[in-house]
Design a protein around this ligand. Structure first.
Ligand SMILES: [Zn+2]
Length: 208
């Protein structure tokens, strides 16, 4: 089993290094004072490994409760595009053998850095349109955003408009290109536009 999630700590990388995106963990009760220990967390839902729902980009769009959980335990293909600089295009994806019904995880240079890169690798609009046409179950990437430098948010809008869930903030350094079973279950926050999740890859055919 390969854990492809980003640990949530106060030192973790966050989008554009914005201080307000750093998680804050505080002790609400301590053994000394209360006889038990309880923590509180204050965190933007787009920090760390998380899933985006359509409401993130589309006014009155669907929320986490509307996303089919069946797509989150799915046949999966890790696609190695670590040689790509900038945006991942249709050209970069078309010979990767991607099949309808797969959850496609894009392994890029982003997985090899633990600090935020303002020039992070992203899925460019032609790549998003290609994946949407194929009818994939979902798409994940190892950047804290799936796009940048597209001021109409074409990638988010194309995928979310086609009801394709997006996972951002994966860690794919230890996942070689190939086929797996993905288990990526978001925390249940029904009315939210995103939710943190823990994601693992299982070998295809492995018994759980
Ligand atoms: Zn997000």
């Amino acid at each position: 089993m390969i854990d492809i999630s980003m640990p949530i700590t106060e030192a973790m990388q966050v989008y554009k290094n914005k201080p307000e995106k750093k998680p804050r963990l505080t002790a609400a009760a301590t053994h000394e004072k209360n006889g038990v220990y309880e923590s509180e967390i204050h965190m933007n839902l787009h920090t760390g490994t998380h899933m985006d729902a359509p409401l993130h980009m589309i006014a009155d769009g669907k929320t986490m409760k509307d996303l089919p959980i069946e797509k989150m335990i799915s046949p999966c293909r890790v696609v190695d595009v670590t040689e790509v600089l900038g945006g991942i295009t249709k050209e970069d994806l078309k010979d990767k053998g991607i099949q309808k019904g797969e959850f496609v995880l894009l392994k890029t240079k982003n997985s090899f850095s633990d600090s935020f890169d303002f020039e992070f690798i992203y899925l460019e609009r032609t790549g998003a349109a290609y994946l949407a046409e194929l009818g994939i179950n979902g798409v994940g990437i190892d950047g804290l955003g799936i796009e940048r430098a597209q001021n109409d948010y074409a990638t988010h809008r194309t995928l979310l408009g086609a009801d394709i869930p997006i996972i951002e903030g994966l860690r794919l350094k230890n996942a070689p290109e190939g086929e797996y079973i993905l288990v990526a279950l978001p925390v249940s926050i029904p009315d939210a536009e995103a939710a943190p999740l823990r994601a693992v890859l299982l070998e295809k055919g492995e018994r759980i």
